[in-house]
Design a protein around this ligand. Structure first.
Ligand SMILES: Nc1ncnc2c1ncn2[C@@H]1O[C@H](COP(=O)(O)OP(=O)(O)OP(=O)(O)O)[C@@H](O)[C@H]1O
Ligand SMILES: [Mg+2]
Length: 453
């Protein structure tokens, strides 16, 4: 329910307008002078102001100024008697939404008020969206000491200042979005919006509307103009994440945007120019998608101007511990906990683990460990990655199968422990475990235990 502030010194006028607005479901505030109006404006509880131009202690222009000082988003409509049209026209130039000359049909005022409110609502939404999208104005923390990672960052720094389209490829969780944000941050567009679109997460039938926006009346329910993400990203960067999941018909539309650098809202007739830096990302092999005719070849070449491949963690094992330390600091701070030390045993566990989910999986594992840890040192028990790595639990497994899995898991942990205690000396470990040397060797192989001392 919107609130209208009516400012007029003629009581009959205020009463008549109040009735009109109230019958349309508005709430009404009323004032009879500039001073009274100012007070209410400062309290800021109205969505729109309708004011007479001539007031006992001043005029509607002063009201307009007071409103604009408090919020740019509250429209002001002026009511004016004959002979004052020029002042009213100037007021519109100064930011009034519109004016009406007395006498007027209250229905006419209603139409103007509703239109003004609809426009300011869509501007509000726009501002909120822009804020949301440039939430990450700070350069993200990027950790990496390996040579391959240096090469990735060297590319990032080289291409960032250009307007060149970048295609970021890599397995899931490797840091593709982080790379995209860094490029934006290091570019001359850093202060402009970075608008991310996850092409896989937005439902098919909504994505066109999301990307291109729509005109008023484009379809039932389209009561207002809605700018699409391309428009919101104007002058900034649009990040098209999971581009490999985009439907073919939309791929053609995207291609047109990249070629023409203009967009058309759904239901629109005139193209709108957009100045965009495009960064796309995918964890799919796009060349293969092209061969298998799921991805347009021409679009692939448009995007593949400057590819950056983000390598998986297993190709940059040196980064694992520095990343883990970074996340330990991060989450300890977040959870208000004293930062625990990293034990040698955990370092080894982290180094040996196969991080199929890459940095994201490591980050999640550390977060869980920090939650679990109440001591000064992180221990392997705080992580549950060894179990995660084991045979997947089958909900319908027989008792025998369940105890088999449990035995394997327990045996594996015990063997790892014995090897650690003996510094990797297998015959001493076998003695400790009271099994033959040969049995130990078979189990080491069977459980895929890194046998190196
Ligand atoms: N080098 C790094 N330094 C610090 N944090 C990183 C690094 N790489 C990745 N991260 C963090 O790991 C998480 C996953 O990274 P990101 O979302 O960029 O990966 P992605 O490749 O886009 O993953 P997905 O394919 O699942 O979308 C994020 O929280 C990110 O901040
Ligand atoms: Mg991502």
């Amino acid at each position: 329910m919107d609130t209208v502030l009516i400012i007029d010194d003629k009581k009959s006028m205020v009463d008549m307008l109040s009735k009109t607005f109230q019958s349309e479901g508005f709430s009404v505030l009323a004032a009879s002078s500039v001073a009274e109006g100012r007070k209410l404006i400062q309290q800021g509880e109205m969505d729109i102001v309708v004011t007479d131009l001539r007031l006992p202690d001043g005029n509607g222009i002063e009201v307009l100024r007071a409103v604009k000082e408090s919020s740019q988003l509250i429209p002001v409509v002026l009511m004016t008697a004959h002979g004052n049209i020029e002042i009213a026209v100037r007021a519109v130039k100064d930011g009034a939404y519109d004016f009406l000359s007395k006498p007027f049909d209250p229905e006419h005022l209603l139409i103007i008020v509703k239109r003004a409110l609809a426009e300011s609502a869509s501007r509000k939404e726009n501002i909120i969206l822009k804020k949301e999208f440039s939430r990450f104005l700070d350069m993200p923390d990027i950790i990496g000491v390996s040579k391959v990672w240096d090469q990735v960052m060297a590319k990032v720094h080289k291409v960032a200042p250009m307007k060149t389209t970048v295609l970021v490829l890599g397995e899931s969780g490797t840091g593709k979005e982080l790379v995209a944000r860094s490029i934006h941050h290091l570019s001359p567009r850093a202060k402009e919006p970075f608008v991310a679109v996850n092409c896989a997460a937005i439902p098919k039938d909504l994505i066109e509307n999301e990307l291109f926006g729509h005109e008023k009346g484009a379809f039932t329910g389209a009561q207002d103009i809605k700018p699409g993400r391309f428009e919101l990203a104007d002058k900034g960067t649009i990040f098209l994440d999971e581009i490999g999941d985009m439907e073919m018909p939309l791929q053609s539309k995207l291609l047109r945007v990249l070629q023409e650098r203009e967009i058309e809202r759904v239901g629109g007739t005139k193209p709108i120019k957009v100045d965009l830096r495009v960064i796309a990302a995918s964890n799919k092999n796009l060349r293969k998608e092209v061969t298998e005719e799921r991805f347009r070849e021409d679009l692939f070449y448009r995007l593949n101007v400057f590819p950056i491949v983000v390598p998986p963690l297993r190709e940059r094992a040196e980064d694992i511990i520095p990343l883990a330390r970074h996340f330990i600091t991060l989450f300890s701070r977040d959870m208000n906990k004293q930062e625990p030390l990293l034990s040698v045993e955990v370092e080894k566990l982290l180094m040996d683990y196969d991080w199929k989910g890459n940095v994201r999986e490591l980050k999640n594992a550390v977060e869980r460990a920090i939650i679990m840890c109440d001591s000064q040192t992180l221990l392997s028990g705080h992580f549950n990655i060894a179990e995660v790595h084991n045979d997947k639990a089958d909900p319908d497994a027989s008792l025998r199968a369940v105890s088999g899995i449990a035995t394997r898991s327990a045996e594996k942990a015990r063997i790892q422990d014995a090897l650690r205690k003996t510094g990797g000396n297998k015959s001493r470990a076998a003695e400790l475990l009271q099994v033959s040397y040969k049995t130990l060797l078979t189990k080491i192989k069977d459980y895929d235990i890194a046998g190196k001392p």
